[in-house]
Design a protein around this ligand. Sequence first.
Ligand SMILES: Cc1cc2nc3c(=O)[nH]c(=O)nc-3n(C[C@H](O)[C@H](O)[C@H](O)COP(=O)(O)O)c2cc1C
Length: 366
Amino acid sequence: MARATASEGSTEATRRLGLRHPIVQGPFGGGLSTARLVAAVSNAGGLGSYGAHILSPEEITGTAAAIRALTPHPFALNLWVSDHDPGGRELSPETHTRVARIFEPYFRELGLEVPPPPEQFHPRFEEQIEALLEARPPVFSFVFGVPSPAILAECRRRGIITVGAATSLEEALLLDEANVDLVVATGFEAGGHRPSFLAPAEDSLIGTFVLTQLVAPRVRAPVIAAGGIADRRGIDAALVLGAQAAQIGTAFLACEESGATDEHRALLFGQTTSTTTLTRAFTGRLARGLRNRWTDEMLPRLADLPPFPVQSWFVSQLKRAAVAAKRTDVVSLWAGQIAPNLRHHTAAALMQSLTAPLTAPQEGQP
Ligand SMILES: Cc1cc2nc3c(=O)[nH]c(=O)nc-3n(C[C@H](O)[C@H](O)[C@H](O)COP(=O)(O)O)c2cc1C
């Protein structure tokens, strides 16, 4: 085999990121990241990542400190470069009334009234990046766009390694031209959002292994393959195809250190995990999760739903009460297509299996 395997450890990505293993724990937005999970992965020689896109600048500062208190090793803070879609920054009273009508029966079911719109739907990227630069994490990873040359230059000046995500060859080439340090090639198998920024997400549905093979020979930056990888064989396969590391999301989301609810975690290990779907029903942006009542009932209404982040705000207001009631029918249950193969319940056990030598029978072969 021409390239290093996971057990050998060293690749261009591990050297740039300062890791013992070519393994990145994918960041989770939406409150599902925890400092504990990040530290567990970083302490085990991978790169723990914290999805900070819903955090205020003050929360970003506090999160970086909380992670540093748990690990001396490299970690990533992750932001969404584009913080709204067209029409998603404000909400007219007419649109609020129209959308409230769609949500009203669900709020009523939970004994709630549809709340009035907030002053701001989502923290602004410009403010978040100021706090992130100040916190100076070893790695800044991002999705949904390319930060300005000034931000990338400031990262370089402060010694912050940059990692950008691509869902197509065109996006990877743009990130490479911008001199981003590493490029994530993220396939449609992946759990969570499809972070396309050049073409609509629906037109950017390429599988991880195809995307990796298209991108790796055409960019200078080392490539991190993401989507559908949950065991040693998957990492090795990604490396054979030209990646220099693998980013794993769903398998870490299922670990007890993540911010997922017990109900979500149980479903990830349950019998219905093969029925994932790509939907805009939760946030207004296309994302992969388990099919449930919400994804089904919103299907005929997708054209009436507001853009990101307005839809995301409405759903988050419902989610708080739904989670408290341990409901799984009207909340997002993010999951990637590999979910039926999940086996490990702690980050330490998962990291150990991802880095141990292969033995027969191999992981993922029931
Ligand atoms: C619940 C969830 C939230 C995610 N949030 C983010 C995010 O905020 N930023 C990001 O770069 N990637 C995000 N991702 C993508 C993961 O970091 C990772 O690339 C992906 O899960 C890999 O595919 P897999 O789920 O098949 O392992 C998220 C994934 C999940 C499952």
